[in-house]
Design a protein around this ligand. Structure first.
Ligand SMILES: [Zn+2]
Length: 252
């Protein structure tokens, strides 16, 4: 692996990640809306925080950036077009740029449409990708700023090109409701039905407070292969079809 990825439940149903290099213990915080749970996890591990990675500017992914950046004295990465609006951002990145967590090398995928400055961070040796609110387990984020063609290029071209065994770490625990929708799109797809049953089982014993959620209640990470088999948005044959599905889901 090379990269240990801690899942920290934050906000209402958000995931913040702490990605720690096995060799150096240097670490990145990914998408942090809250300071306290992140600091607690850093202190409970051997992480030496060196950078903060934001997938996009929405407050529920970035609100705690300024406090965390000050606490650890570290830079905040986001897409170059978001410098004016992403809280605490100090470094602008774009498609193909390299980043480093200890000895682990990552690269940036520019995947706009949920927002126009949305990026994913891919770690090839660790086989992991942080997808924010673009690709969810079983679904995708809303189309707030871009169009269906951009979303198609992001989900069905760029992210779909990653190897099937790459782990997908997304921004929210939305998997159950996403799959409830997926079943209506492909009622005869046994892989979707099976995944929905599995996820329902996992989510049937959830804590009252998301902040106290344990690993047993989490459906993240999934894999690129699992998404390609069961995520109707990633399976859309055209941008038009993807746009139609997104509209249906908005009103689901
Ligand atoms: Zn968002």
């Amino acid at each position: 692996m090379g990269l240990r990825i801690e899942r920290i439940p934050t906000f209402a149903d958000n995931y913040t990640y702490l990605a720690i290099c096995d060799e150096t213990h240097e670490a990145a915080i990914v998408d942090a809306p809250e300071e306290d749970p992140v600091v607690a996890r850093v202190e409970a591990t051997d992480a030496k925080v060196k950078l903060i990675l934001s997938t996009h500017h929405h407050f529920d992914h970035s609100m705690a950036n300024p406090q965390l950046a000050e606490r650890y004295g570290v830079p905040v990465y986001g897409h170059s077009s978001d410098v004016e609006r992403l809280p605490g951002q100090t470094v602008g990145v774009d498609e193909g740029d390299e980043i480093q967590i200890g000895r682990q090398r990552g690269r940036v995928l520019f995947i706009p449409s949920h927002t126009m400055g949305h990026v994913a961070y891919v770690f090839d040796e660790a086989k992991a990708v942080f997808t924010g609110d673009m690709l969810f387990a079983g679904g995708c984020g809303r189309l707030f700023e871009g169009n269906a063609q951009m979303m198609y290029d992001a989900l069905c071209v760029k992210l779909a090109a990653l190897p099937d065994d790459y782990l997908v770490y997304c921004g929210h625990e939305y998997t159950e409701s996403n799959l409830r929708f997926a079943i209506t799109v492909e009622p005869d797809n046994p892989e979707i039905t099976e995944r929905y049953e599995r996820v329902r089982e996992i989510r049937s014993q959830v804590a009252d407070d998301w902040h106290h959620a344990t690993a047993a209640e989490m459906t993240i990470p999934s894999t690129i292969g699992e998404e390609k088999a069961t995520n109707p948005f990633m399976r859309a044959p055209t941008a038009e079809e993807l746009g139609r599905l997104r509209e249906l889901k908005d009103n689901f």
